[in-house]
Design a protein around this ligand. Structure first.
Ligand SMILES: [Zn+2]
Length: 401
């Protein structure tokens, strides 16, 4: 798929902030600066998926060294400790979690409520403090307003700092009511619940290095557009919650908002197909992305991930095994300046929250197709990522394994 095609088919926003730099960029052979400018003006003229109110995003230096926020401080788990975390994978448990979410669940439908209740129950059973953010969303055109609910699950609400993992639990509205959105985003939701489940003994029962720091999981409603992706028809849940958390002050210290408590928000989206691959967009938290990439490298060398033949017993020949080993989930190759994809992180980033946008790019082939089903989930890929995220979260929180 070329970038030009993607411009028309995806909700990809190509904002040319530094387009002359593109002319010098030889990394991306598939397009040239002239093409980029042409696409940009065409999009403006045709009012394509280009939110009119989108502002230029802060550059990497703003994200890396935002005032008042220190650089992340990761502990390093030993190999046996990492092995303990790796062994927590359970295919049946994970797939059961996905299946409970992968039903038609567009905002405002009975399926949405059912999934909402499932997520709340799952997180409460794991001792998370669960808060609901229910609000009335104005929909475009003649559509009547719609009630939506974000779910915020916090392990220790008294902790002054949070590592936030986030995803959206609504599915795209379709007239037939048959779209189940497995990668979009039942799998990311299931990954978060599975992470909470597997790490529960280590986070809840053992002293955490820094008790000032806790884990918060946010499940957004209303990410999807009802008619056509635009600034006003998308991200309903995250837009509402970012404003609320920006003004909510629950502590005695009245100067600290709920947003101020977020060290970083890691947003998971479009995960679960065999081609899942993340890129570091220029606004994305550099050190967090690099840490994930390092964990991936180390687990690959120690043969703890990308060992698909062992897991499936399918018998993979040596050549295929090499291809799997060379696969990279966290690709640190620089992207052209100004390339970004709109998503639930944006309302938070515009309010100064450090974000890490982990969305598969290019988008998987099943994106927004009826074929985005549980049958098309590539479990071995998801399991590799689950292992990487377990270590990442434990090393950030300083869990004792
Ligand atoms: Zn979607």
């Amino acid at each position: 798929m070329t970038l030009t095609n993607m411009w028309f088919s995806l909700r990809l926003v190509f904002f040319v902030l530094e387009w002359p730099a593109l002319a010098k960029s030889s990394k991306h052979n598939s397009f040239k600066a002239d093409d980029a400018m042409q696409m940009y003006y065409m999009a403006l003229a045709m009012d394509l998926d280009m939110p009119s109110t989108v502002k230029p995003l802060p550059g990497p230096e703003v994200q890396a060294d935002a005032p008042g926020r220190s650089l992340p401080n990761f502990t390093t788990l030993t190999s046996p400790q990492r092995k303990t975390l790796n062994d927590l994978s359970d295919r049946n448990r994970f797939m059961d979690t996905v299946k409970a979410i992968a039903i038609p669940r567009a905002s405002g439908t009975p399926g949405n409520l059912k999934v909402q209740q499932h997520i709340v129950r799952s997180m409460e059973n794991l001792c998370y403090d669960v808060e609901l953010d229910t609000f009335e969303a104005d929909l475009p055109g003649n559509l009547t307003s719609q009630q939506m609910t974000n779910i915020i699950a916090t392990l220790n609400p008294d902790a002054p700092r949070r590592l936030v993992l986030a995803c959206h639990f609504d599915s795209k509205y379709d007239k037939k009511g048959a779209f189940v959105g497995a990668i979009d985003s039942a799998v990311p939701c299931a990954m978060m619940i599975d992470l909470a489940h597997t790490l529960n003994p280590y986070i809840n029962c053992t002293p955490v290095r820094n008790k000032n720091l806790t884990l918060q999981m946010i499940f957004f409603d209303g990410e999807e557009a009802f008619v056509k992706w635009s600034a006003n028809d998308s991200l309903y849940g995250s837009r509402n919650l970012a404003v609320k958390m920006d003004t909510q002050m629950k502590d005695l210290n009245r100067n600290v908002t709920e947003l101020d408590k977020i060290d970083v928000m890691v947003l998971l989206d479009l995960i679960g197909s065999k081609e899942t691959q993340f890129r570091r967009f220029y606004y994305s938290a550099k050190y967090h992305f690099e840490h994930l990439a390092n964990i991936e490298k180390e687990l690959t060398v120690s043969n703890d991930i990308k060992e698909w033949d062992n897991q499936t017993k399918a018998g993979v020949d040596m050549e295929e095994k090499e291809v799997i080993k060379e696969k990279v989930y966290f690709d640190t190759t620089p992207l052209p300046a100004g390339l970004w994809i709109d998503d639930d992180y944006r309302p938070f980033m515009e309010k100064g929250v450090k974000v890490l946008h982990l969305i598969s790019y290019p988008f998987p082939a099943v994106w927004h197709k009826q074929s985005d089903t549980v049958a098309n989930i590539h479990y071995d890929t998801v399991d590799d990522l689950n292992k990487i995220f377990r270590i990442y979260v434990c090393e950030y929180l300083g869990c004792q394994i």
